[in-house]
Design a protein around this ligand. Structure first.
Ligand code: ARG
Length: 277
């Protein structure tokens, strides 16, 4: 596997907190964060990624506890960026900062209409085996947003309906991997969407993830070349990945799970690794 190092956007957890509940994981965690531990865990992810990627930082802001989840900053492909327009109003105050960051960093910024929710790369994942985008909808992103993505990007957009509120962004239950492999938790999708996934990705490239592993956010992984960074997975899943040539780093991201996020949510790929072949 040969690669250009991707650029990855992260935001330090300086003002990270659970002070509202907008997904089932946050319930009961208000005020229970160990911020010192969160800093250590985040730094572990940053340092690990720095071995294979260029990590770029977004400035943290007081009062915006979820800004740390840069996967939701927007969707970036090539020179173009679509900043997120959040479904929960709790995260909407992040929007002007995100849009400004994309503008100041020279992106061709496309803005969605006020009535269309879209939560960025949390709900839009580029496949590594074919030239299409897996686009989630059902909880945080509306299917109407997919039409704009179709219009603005030279990518086939495959709409995937999410049905389990614990897996409310597609990046919590599906992860395209190098070589065209796909980690996915089948019960998180409706039957048509599961069929669409299985039609596109041959059986030998699919790696189904159990509810136990999905509950540990094993699908919420960052893959760069042969490296995979994630919160945690059991031995069976780690073996399955290693048998396909990947190296898994389990980072232990407990504090971020309390907010309903993990490794992938804490990152935004600003450049995609070059596809081989
Ligand atoms: N608390 C955040 C929210 O509910 C977590 C976001 C996780 N991001 C992700 N890409 N899955 O919006």
């Amino acid at each position: 596997m040969t690669h250009d190092a991707p650029r990855i956007l992260m935001c330090p957890p300086e003002f990270f907190e659970v002070d509202y509940v907008i997904n089932p994981w946050m319930d009961g965690h208000s005020g229970s964060l160990d911020l010192e531990l969160a800093r250590v865990q985040w730094e572990r992810l940053r340092a690990g990624l720095a071995e294979c990627a260029d990590v770029v930082l977004l400035e943290p802001r007081p009062g915006l506890p979820d800004l740390v989840f840069t996967a939701n900053a927007g969707f970036v492909y090539g020179p173009r960026a679509v900043p997120s327009h959040f479904m929960p109003h709790e995260r909407r105050p992040e929007e002007p900062h995100l849009r400004a960051w994309f503008e100041q960093n020279g992106y061709d910024v496309r803005v969605l209409p006020e009535n269309v929710a879209f939560e960025g790369a949390g709900d839009a994942l580029i496949d590594r085996g074919g030239p299409w985008l897996w686009a989630g909808y059902g909880f945080r992103t509306e299917i109407e947003a997919h039409d704009y993505l179709r219009r603005w990007f030279d990518l086939e957009v495959v709409s995937i309906r999410l049905v389990d509120p614990r897996f409310y962004h597609i990046d919590t239950c599906l992860c395209p991997l190098d070589g065209g492999y796909l980690l996915y938790h089948p019960p998180a999708f409706d039957a048509d969407s599961r069929a669409a996934i299985e039609r596109r990705v041959p059986r030998e490239k699919r790696i189904p993830v159990s509810v136990e592993n999905a509950g540990h956010f094993a699908c919420n992984a960052v893959n760069v070349g042969e490296r995979i960074f994630m919160n945690r997975a059991n031995g069976q899943l780690v073996d399955a990945l290693e048998a396909r040539g990947f190296r898994v780093s389990q980072l232990g991201l407990s504090e971020f799970l309390k907010a309903g996020g993990s490794a992938k949510c804490l990152t935004l790929k600003l450049t995609e690794p070059r596809r081989e072949g």
